[in-house]
Write a protein that binds this ligand. Structure first.
Ligand code: CA
Length: 674
């Protein structure tokens, strides 16, 4: 007798049917709980958490799209977010639905197969918050847990949304909104707690990480990354130790910084979450902490117990940081074999230019080597774990040209790790900045307070530096480059590694590219029409593998750059061919002009210092040699009065003579195109 017939015979089927039905439902729609997140690798068709798995490797076991067939990858669908600001989010895919974010923290739920919008939630952030945006009003994505989507808005709110409807379940303000706190990170959920940090170290704030009860939004714990007013009791014991590493009588008024504005990873076996902290506020250590000191826990990797918020260990990458060398960059956990022994490691390539491998159980430094050119330190002392800082790098007596600059050898753009190749794929860049003591410093709350150089966070005026980008395939055990791809521009996108022997990356120039993971051969590319910063993802529905990436350029490099914010999804059975880059016009008609060689040369210097960072050949900003003739006549209006400010071209403080010199240089360059 079958079970069904037996149950019928005893009249129980009617009672059990609802239970059986819900069982089969839950088999079709598995929940995303702690067990599921811990075993996210067992659901390869989905992308359940920010870095796909809690170790944040950004490696997908999917291999239907591979180095053998990626040339046939086609466009499946695009989605227009309706925004024109930079996009930095990593989408999640849960049970056929894609959850992603755009500027300010606007959340979208899309049918992951078709791109059709299911719902949209706009946190309606007061646009005046933009004044606290160092690097545009960005957002890097959401967390998913037990049928809810957790999203942080730019103004510091954390909100739980019903994943089916987008309706608000609860919403809390995680910051003092009278101060310049912002949130740009994706939350993570660990054991029923939503973990979130904040940003704004340059604006005079004190960083912290909070854990909210996922069910009701109650605050469970908060870990401050820097000590508060030393006359007051510190909030938790770790700050007593930190307090002794600060000096002077103002750091707590300046805020101190140390903001945890992006990276997190979780090891469920060790029950530790790893959080990267940012630079000091202000940057200059002698103004922030005049008597010196390491200024814990700036620019550090913190290992915290997710139940209590208590710290297990910390590793400070840049003690007494004076250069904006955040350690908020992507953290990857992996188990790797080193000299015959499997080690549980944590890897990070922070802004300071060193690639670190730590023992993630103890925080012990295993190795650290330069992954880009580094001028501020000669290496890392393996005994003490401290960088060997170069004489004069602190710029106390004279200016110092440091590499990397505040944009970092690697910034927030996620890297990825393939356990198959054993390589870490890092979006890196060369940049330099001359740091110097300010003539005077006065702290202004809620404004940028660097106390270094001439203000601003870019490299304008520094013509000694070369600015290029590079994709590095880094062997983390040997601490060596295995292969690399050079880009003409820096500020390129995050990476994705797949079991199909592929690495995907978008570039500042608007190309979305697939490389062979083993040797870096360029196998395929699509044109997105705008620069790409976000990291791609891959997922599978009904046997079809998809690759998605958000395209929309800007951020810290060019905060007000306007570009259409799109989401591209590719598949082998896509309905359209992958878009191709429009052919460059090879020649344009020359325009007559009169100028001296000196004028052209000074225009060239101006171009290098002020224009090249957006308008060089490697980005999507217009090629200034190929403008319509009338535009050259409009240069005074554009440059001095901001005639094209609405299209992302800001006005500059520039004299008539400089405009004329720049025009002469551009027309001379145009003539060379023939
Ligand atoms: Ca910073």
């Amino acid at each position: 007798m079958s079970i069904k017939r037996y149950l019928l015979s005893i009249g129980l089927i009617g009672l059990l049917a609802p239970a059986l039905w819900s069982l089969s439902l839950s088999a079709q729609r598995p929940v995303v709980d702690d067990e599921a997140l811990k075993a996210a690798n067992n659901r390869p068709g989905e992308w359940l958490t920010h870095g796909r798995t809690q170790d944040e490797q950004r490696f997908s076991p999917l291999e239907k799209i591979s180095d053998l067939n990626v040339q046939q990858l086609r466009l499946a669908w695009t989605f227009d977010t309706g925004t024109d600001r930079v996009l930095e989010a990593t989408p999640l895919v849960v049970d056929g639905v894609m959850y992603t974010t755009a500027s300010w923290g606007i959340v979208f739920a899309l049918d992951a197969k078709t791109g059709k919008q299911l719902w949209k939630w706009d946190p309606k952030v007061d646009p005046r918050y933009e004044r606290f945006a160092c690097c545009d009003v960005v957002n890097r994505g959401v967390a998913f847990y037990k049928g809810r989507v957790y999203a942080a808005a730019f103004d510091g709110r954390l909100t739980a949304l019903d994943a089916k409807t987008g309706e608000v379940v609860w919403s809390v303000v995680t910051v003092d909104q009278t101060k310049a706190y912002t949130i740009t990170a994706a939350p993570r959920v660990v054991k029923g707690r939503v973990i979130i940090g904040n940003g704004g170290a340059e604006y005079g704030i004190r960083g912290y990480i909070s854990a909210y009860n996922a069910e009701n939004g109650n605050l469970d714990w908060r870990f401050y990354t820097v000590p508060g007013d030393p006359a007051q009791p510190q909030e938790h014991p770790e700050l007593e130790k930190a307090k002794a590493t600060w000096s002077g009588d103002k750091w707590w008024i300046y805020g101190g910084g140390g903001t945890a504005w992006d990276s997190m990873a979780y090891d469920p076996a060790l029950n530790l979450i790893y959080v990267g902290t940012g630079n000091g506020g202000p940057w200059n250590r002698f103004i922030r902490s005049p008597g010196g000191g390491d200024n814990l826990y700036l620019s550090s990797i913190l290992a915290l117990n997710p139940d209590t918020g208590r710290m297990a260990w910390y590793y400070q990458t840049t003690p007494g940081d004076s250069w904006d060398y955040n350690a908020t960059q992507h953290i990857i956990l992996a188990d790797v074999r080193i000299r015959g022994t499997v080690r549980q490691v944590l890897m990070q390539a922070p802004k300071n230019g060193f690639f670190y491998m730590l023992d993630r159980k103890t925080g012990e430094l295993i190795s650290a080597e330069k992954y880009v050119e580094v001028t501020w330190a000669t290496g890392v002392d393996m005994q003490t774990g401290r960088p060997k800082e170069k004489e004069g790098a602190d710029y106390i007596r004279q200016p110092f040209l440091a590499r990397p600059a505040p944009l970092g050898g690697h910034n927030w753009q996620p890297m990825s790790y393939s356990p198959k190749t054993g390589l870490v794929y890092i979006p890196t860049q060369d940049n330099a900045r001359e740091y110097s003591q300010p003539e005077n410093f006065e702290f202004v709350p809620n404004r940028i307070n660097l106390a270094a150089g001439t203000g601003g966070i870019d490299h304008a005026g520094d013509s000694k530096a070369v600015y290029t980008g590079r994709l590095l395939a880094w062997d983390p055990i040997a601490q060596q480059v295995r292969w690399k791809v050079e880009y003409p521009a820096y500020w390129n996108g995050g990476t994705l590694a797949t079991a199909g022997n592929l690495v995907f990356q978008g570039t500042a120039a608007g190309d979305f590219i697939a490389y062979r993971a083993t040797d870096g051969a360029r196998l395929w590319s699509a044109w997105t029409g705008t620069g790409v910063l976000a990291a791609p993802i891959t997922y599978e529905i009904d046997g079809q593998q998809y690759v998605s990436v958000m395209a929309g350029w800007g951020g810290a490099f060019v905060p007000r750059y306007r570009s259409k914010g799109l989401l591209y999804t590719f598949a082998l059975n896509g309905s359209e061919p992958a878009p191709v880059r429009p052919a460059q016009t090879t020649a344009v008609a020359p325009i007559e002009f009169q100028a001296t060689a000196e004028q052209i040369a000074s225009g060239g210097a101006l171009f290098e210092a002020q224009c090249a960072r957006c308008h060089n050949a490697g980005t999507t900003a217009p090629d200034l040699r190929r403008l319509a003739p009338v535009t050259y006549d409009a240069l005074p209006n554009i440059l001095q009065k901001g005639a094209l400010a609405g299209r992302g071209m800001p006005p500059f403080r520039i004299t008539d003579a400089e405009v004329a010199a720049l025009r002469a240089f551009l027309l001379a360059e145009r003539r060379k195109l023939r």
